[in-house]
Design a protein around this ligand. Sequence first.
Ligand code: SF4
Length: 587
Amino acid sequence: MKRKRIRGNFATVVVTEPEPAPVPVTTTGTARAGTGAKGTAVILDGYVDEPACLGVPPSISPYIRTVAGALIDNGYSVRYHTIDQLRKEPQTAADLNNDDTLVMITGVTVPGKYLGGTPASLTEVQQIGHLFRGKRKLVGGPIGFGFASGGGQKAFRQVIAGYDALLEGEPAIALDNYLNGGEPKGTLDYTRTDPWSVGGAGIIGQHPDYPFVMCELETARGCSHGATGGCSFCTEPFYGAPKYRSTEAIAAEVAALNRQGARHFRVGRQPDILAYGAGAGEYPAPRPELLEKLFGSIRAAAPDLRTLHIDNTNPATIARHEEESREALRAIIRHHSSGDVAAFGMETADPAVIAANNLKAFPDEVFRAIEIVNEESGMRRDGVPELLPGLNFVCGLAGETEATYDLNEQYLGRVLAAGLLVRRVNIRQVMPFEGTPVYTDNTLGKYDRRFRSFKEFVREKIDLPMLQRVYPAGTVLKDVQVEVSGDLSFGRQMGSYPILVGLPFRLPVRTIIDAVVVDWGSRSITALPVPVMINRLPASALKWLPGIGKKKVAAVVAKRPFADPAAYRNVAGSSAIDPVLDFSTVD
Ligand code: SF4
């Protein structure tokens, strides 16, 4: 990345320009990928979010890349657009009709809020199908499981109007079958999708966030806990028993993505990364040697990668197989990038709810897993912890009572009191899907007020002190990318669950900046660009400095310029951000 100085009306800050985009090798002189011998196709990304897969910008799901590969393999030249591009640029919608074939990939089976994009609504999906005038229009992805408007709402399976076919099951295989005269149905078979994941890698060059695209990598599909029916709310058991991708295939895909300019990877498409390649049974023991090989191979395939993070990790695996899990965690942090998060689907601290919903882990198991992850990977590198647990709670499950929320609060208080680090606590209301037990047996609507007060409790009593612990004042966050520009701009690092960073400056979108933590909200932190130019900051930013605050701003402004740190300390005292202060007055 290239560093340069930009001048604002307040100061000069160092920013980093985005990496120049390499030319995607599969293009034919246009933005399209593939030869186009059989026709042209457009993939429309309505985004996906499943318990074990994320494809909302800046993430791009594996489905998009394998579908692109399948289309190219079938002789199509391929374009790619996101639903947000269509919303913002009406011309893009009109341009869709220049293609023979439309493949829309979409579906959200877990409720979420996203800074990077808004998943397609059912109305949008159907409108696009009706508006498209090409030869064939297909829709696939988790939308096949049903559609709900958000958390706490039932998802209904229904005919999606406006399309020739729904790609059932694995989208790329269903598409390939359909294009070759078969039924639009597909059962996952990595021997078919692995070559497409390589052939379709060039599609990332058309992503609006390119080259700052997080490539979601698939290592497995299906859940071992599904052997006993799975957790009552989860759609992952629909995929059956776990199927694991070979390390060689994953590494080949990463190498192809790397050649196309990808530098950010999340090994996120699997229910439990520690179970990669593990044997049969509901809670198989990790095989650390396989994780060493997997993460080492990804590093070798993309030696200049900037982000390598994980996602879902079953806390019961860690609690039941402590030694193997410790070894496996060590293997991951030997090769990953820091600031990583292992998301624990805890769901509830109420044993009665756990039993009623066949959940995977009991509270004491989750607690032990939090301790082990803290011990093995709570150390800091580049200023931030290597790898921390994140906790997911799901509310509205069968068997819930008011007391469930008391237990949840007590549990989080216990984690805090034990001095443990947790990157974030995610609280959602369940989105029941047809075919899951929670569809007919849930407590949605019964304890809404208690649900809201639980969220407030966590924001005020847990999140804030935890953020202060995880990101103490003076922590320098590298490569924060501005996503929202304003008097208070917002940015994030690339990562699995990056913290939202408020920057009290107007900074252009896509500026990349190192920033030092100066304050905390419940879900975000406030940070200032590094170095902190004390003689040039506007008063609106000065007030955020430790030791200054609103009261001392006028005194600091009156005494500027400060010649050296000692002069400044006489007014503001010492603080954790002293190492990044700069006392220059001109460029
Ligand atoms: S352990 Fe439960 S929540 Fe996780 S993937 Fe399996 S069924 Fe879903």
